[in-house]
Design a protein around this ligand. Structure first.
Ligand SMILES: Cc1ncc(COP(=O)(O)O)c(C=O)c1O
Length: 373
C-alpha cells in the first residue's frame, strides 16, 4: 500500500471531542530507576511463575475453544479474596472482572454514562476517569478538592447537587495525591448522589491493599448504586496481566453484561490470574514490605525538607517546587524517573525496592542542596 499524501489524525473524520487530544501514557524511558507508574517493583516469585506456566499450558490445550465467557472460576476466587481481606462477605454474583480496572471503568461508563450523561471526579485524581468518560461520550465534570488535596465534603455535595451527574468517582487512596478517603465522606457523597439523581458511585480502590485504613467494601451492604473497583496490577504485582474487577450488587454485574464484549477475558488471562490468586499470601507479603518502604520514604522526604501529602498508596506526592517539570528533569538527570502529573509544584514517586528508594532519596537530597546553594 502506498503511503499517499501526509495525513494526520485531524485529517480523518474523527469525533470532534477527540480532535487535538493526545493518548494517555507516562513517558517509558530507559533509565536505571523507574518509579513513575505505580508498579510493584518485585518480580513474581519463581514458584508462581511455574504455576502460571502449568495453568497456561492447561488453558493452551483448549485454545481452539472460546474462554469461559462469565469467568466463573476466576470470579469465585476473586470473591473469596475479597471476603477474606475485606471484612465483608462477597459472592461470585457480586464480582465482575475485565482486562484491567480501566476496562471495568470503561464498561461502567458505557453502562451508566454515555452521550447525554455526565460523570464527576474530584481533581486532581486518576486522569483516566475523565479520559474514559470522553471515550464513551460521557460529559466530564471536574469536582473540587481542598488545597491540602482532601475532599471538602460540603463543596463536593454542592457540586453533586448542582450537576446531578450520572456517575460519581471517588478514588481511595487517591492517585496522584495518595490519601485515603474516610468512610463518612463516601457515605455523604453517596447520599448526595442518590438525592440528586440517583447516580452510580464508583469507589476506585486500586491501591487499597497499601492503605493504613481498611477497604470500604462493607459499605456495599444495602447500597445497590455503589461499585467498588479493584485491580491485580498493584498489590498482586501483575500490571502486565491486565486484570481488574469490581464488587457490587448482582444487578450491577448483570447490567455491565449489556456492554461487555463476548469472551473479553482470554483463557490465558483467566488462567494466569487464578495462578496469582493461589499465591495471594506471598504477594501480600511484598505489599507489607512496600508499605514499610513507603512510610520510610515519607519520613525521609520530610527530613530532607520536602512537603509530603499523607500517603496510603504505594506512591507519594511531594514538593513544593517552583517548577515541577524542571525538578522532574533534574531528578531524571540523576537516573531516577518519577512522575509529573501536572499538579502544580508537586511530583509523584512510586515506592520501589530499598535500593531504588535509596537512589531516589540521594537524587532529591542533591536537588534540595542545589536549590539552597
Ligand atoms: C486509581 C487507579 N485506578 C485504576 C487504575 C488502572 O489500573 P489497571 O487498569 O492496571 O487495573 C490505576 C492505574 O494506575 C489507578 O491509578
Amino acid at each position: 500500500m502506498s503511503a499517499g499524501p501526509v495525513l494526520g489524525i485531524d485529517d480523518l473524520p474523527i469525533r470532534d471531542e477527540l480532535r487535538g487530544k493526545s493518548p494517555y501514557g507516562a513517558p517509558q524511558l530507559d533509565v536505571p530507576v523507574q518509579l513513575n507508574t505505580n508498579e510493584n517493583p518485585y518480580e513474581l516469585p519463581e514458584a508462581l511463575v511455574r504455576r502460571i506456566a502449568e495453568r497456561v499450558a492447561d488453558a493452551a490445550r483448549t485454545l481452539n475453544r472460546y474462554p469461559d465467557r462469565d469467568a466463573v472460576e476466576l470470579r469465585t476466587e476473586l470473591a473469596a479474596y475479597l471476603t477474606r481481606t475485606g471484612r465483608h462477605p462477597v459472592a461470585r454474583e457480586n464480582v465482575w472482572a475485565a482486562n484491567g480496572s480501566n476496562e471495568v471503568i470503561q464498561q461502567l461508563l458505557q453502562t451508566f454514562g454515555g452521550p447525554g450523561r455526565t460523570a464527576i471526579g474530584f481533581e486532581p485524581s486518576y486522569s483516566m476517569h475523565a479520559l474514559i468518560a470522553r471515550g464513551t461520550g460521557t460529559g466530564w465534570i471536574s469536582g473540587p478538592r481542598r488545597e491540602d488535596f482532601t475532599i471538602d465534603v460540603q463543596a463536593a455535595e454542592a457540586a453533586i447537587a448542582e450537576h446531578a451527574p450520572d456517575v460519581v468517582f471517588i478514588t481511595s487512596p487517591n492517585n496522584p495525591t495518595g490519601t485515603a478517603v474516610a468512610a463518612e465522606t463516601v457515605l455523604a457523597l453517596y447520599e448526595a448522589a442518590q438525592a440528586a439523581k440517583p447516580s452510580v458511585v464508583v469507589l476506585d480502590e486500586a491501591y487499597v491493599e497499601f492503605s493504613h485504613r481498611d477497604s470500604l467494601l462493607p459499605l456495599l451492604e444495602g447500597r445497590p448504586h455503589l461499585v467498588v473497583s479493584r485491580t491485580m496490577s498493584k498489590a498482586f504485582g501483575a500490571a502486565g496481566l491486565r486484570l481488574g474487577y469490581l464488587a457490587a450488587h448482582p444487578a450491577v454485574v448483570d447490567a455491565v453484561q449489556l456492554v461487555r464484549l463476548p469472551y473479553h477475558l482470554s483463557a490465558v488471562t483467566q488462567a494466569t490470574a487464578l495462578a496469582a490468586l493461589e499465591h495471594t499470601d506471598t504477594l501480600l507479603g511484598y505489599v507489607e514490605q512496600l508499605k514499610a518502604e513507603r512510610d520510610r520514604l515519607v519520613t525521609e522526604l520530610r527530613a530532607i525538607g520536602y512537603e509530603v501529602t499523607e500517603s496510603d498508596a504505594n506512591f507519594i506526592q511531594f514538593g513544593k517546587f517552583e517548577d515541577a517539570h524542571t525538578a522532574w528533569q533534574k531528578i531524571l538527570d540523576r537516573g531516577v524517573l518519577v512522575r509529573d502529573n501536572g499538579v502544580p509544584g508537586r511530583l509523584r514517586v512510586t515506592a520501589g525496592t530499598p535500593a531504588e528508594n535509596d537512589a531516589f532519596l540521594e537524587a532529591v537530597r542533591a536537588l534540595k542542596k542545589e536549590q539552597h546553594a
